[in-house]
Design a protein around this ligand. Structure first.
Ligand code: C5P
Length: 224
């Protein structure tokens, strides 16, 4: 059997992808989900949805009780990337993501998503460490802050949106620091995650590397 064939699954096949903002993890997760016919959950959108609701209602971003209540009622099917993807919402999301009450509610919804057959691809900051510690494949996707800021800057410009590279770089650094230093579920590479540094890779090269690892994980699982 070549590694590109899909063996029958004995149980859920879960791919956990973590990494900082603009590392390329979202694109990789979407492409792997398509290649392996699995549903995909961008867990960042769940944190963004909570933040967006607080902002829409003019509520304080440090109101943990209210944020947790919103988190407990998030409908995963209603997450709209186009609406939630703006820079301000990402910044606000990283502020409410430090709250244990918010994380508890969202992690429960994320685990529920992953528990359904035939499995799933999830991307975020704590998938391999907290949400799906038993995932079949764990990737930690990274790139230098400068490369990530350049990608985000070019993406905004290509969409005709205003962008200031030094500001994007500074915000990314602050967000990385906040995500990596929080007490509850900080962003970190799981000890059994494979590191994919995309600083000098285009997305196609990164995808082919990830797909190879995923095929190997799937083949190993089918032997169990
Ligand atoms: O990935 P994205 O940039 O959309 O995530 C927005 C914010 O949500 C992150 O900066 C992080 O603070 C939070 N997040 C998290 N855990 C996840 C996914 C996102 O804390 N699994």
């Amino acid at each position: 059997m070549t590694t590109d064939q899909t063996p029958s699954l004995k149980s859920n096949f879960i791919i956990a992808i973590d990494g900082p903002a603009a590392s390329g993890k979202g694109t990789l997760a979407r492409r792997l989900a398509r290649a392996f016919n699995l549903p995909h959950l961008d867990t960042g959108l769940t944190y963004r949805a909570v933040a967006a609701e607080l902002l829409a209602q003019n509520l304080a971003l440090d109101d943990e009780a209210m944020a947790s209540e919103i988190a407990a009622n998030i409908e995963l099917g209603n997450l709209d990337k186009d609406i939630l993807s703006d820079h301000k919402t990402g910044e606000a999301a990283s502020k409410i993501a430090v709250m244990p009450g918010v994380r508890k509610a969202l992690v429960e919804a994320q685990r529920n998503f992953a528990s359904k057959a035939p499995g799933a691809v999830l991307d975020g900051r704590d998938i391999g460490t907290v949400v799906c510690p038993d995932a079949d494949l764990k990737l930690f996707v990274s790139a230098s802050p400068e490369v990530r800021a350049k990608r985000r800057h070019e993406e905004l410009i290509s969409k005709g949106k205003p962008s200031d590279y030094p500001e994007i770089l500074s915000d990314l650094r602050i967000r990385d620091e906040r995500d990596a230093s929080r007490t509850d579920s900080p962003m970190k590479k799981a000890c059994d995650a494979l590191l994919l540094d995309t600083s000098k890779m285009d997305i196609e090269t990164a995808f082919l590397a990830a797909k190879k690892w995923a095929n190997a994980a799937l083949a190993a699982k089918s032997k169990d």
